[in-house]
Design a binder for this molecule. Structure first.
Ligand SMILES: C[S@@+](CC[C@H](N)C(=O)[O-])C[C@H]1O[C@@H](n2cnc3c(N)ncnc32)[C@H](O)[C@@H]1O
Length: 209
């Protein structure tokens, strides 16, 4: 699994790596643009809204929201990623933080219209993901949404087939979403809409019950 130093080294080449995988419809980033565009369009339903991005990376998604007048808070543990994102969003509140420590105190009393997270939560185990995501629900405004785009599979069998097809570059240290398992582990704590976008990528839209 990449630690923050690994992401620092990847930061300058990150967008290029994603593009090659996405253009060729390959694991892990097949569907990346559609996933980010869909989350962008959902978030744009409100004007000048409050957005939190978990693992914003080079700011591909949030810099577009920032340019459209949304207020951006963000968490990421890589200083390399943060400096690229900061150059695109100088006034955003970008905090260097490891989400394995939960949420920083400074954000705990905030409320958001949208909490977005793309291609980041697979760095948490399934248990850690669910516990972290449940902790985000109190930060939502009444009609707010959590929009997660990530490597995801409809079933465990689909994940296993993808692993077999990509065994030479499968990342054994990442924990991908399995839609039905994730939905049931939320245990009715929120509403959950699931959209499978590519053979290995999907979107989860969570809202208060
Ligand atoms: C694959 S990149 C995704 C970046 C961006 N959201 C996108 O869709 O292109 C994963 C990002 O999550 C961050 N990240 C990974 N694990 C993290 C952790 N435990 N705490 C905070 N950030 C983390 C990395 O630094 C990196 O910027």
């Amino acid at each position: 699994m990449l630690n923050n130093r690994g992401f620092n080294l990847w930061a300058d080449n990150y967008d290029k790596t994603v593009q090659v995988s996405e253009d060729n419809n390959l694991y892990p980033f097949a569907g990346y643009k559609k996933i980010l565009n869909t989350i962008f369009n959902e978030t744009m339903q409100k004007t000048n809204s409050d957005v939190l991005d978990i693992g914003f990376g080079t700011g591909v998604l949030t810099s577009k929201l920032y340019e459209n007048g949304h207020r951006i808070d963000g968490l990421d543990f890589s200083s390399g990623m943060i400096s690229i994102a900061k150059s695109k969003m100088p006034k955003a509140n970008l905090i260097e933080w490891d989400i394995l420590n939960g949420l920083p105190l400074a954000l705990k009393r905030n409320k958001y219209d949208s909490i977005v997270s793309t291609y980041t939560l697979h760095h948490l185990t399934d248990e850690e993901k669910v516990s972290f995501i449940k902790g985000l629900i109190p930060l939502l405004n009444e009609d707010g949404k959590i929009l997660i785009g990530d490597i995801a599979f409809n079933t465990r069998e689909d994940l296993t087939s993808c692993r077999e097809e990509n065994i030479n570059h499968w990342d054994e240290d990442e924990y991908y979403f399995v839609n039905d398992e994730f939905n049931s582990s939320l245990n009715n704590n929120c509403r959950c809409e699931i959209h499978q976008i590519s053979h290995c990528g999907g979107i989860f839209i969570l809202s208060r019950k």
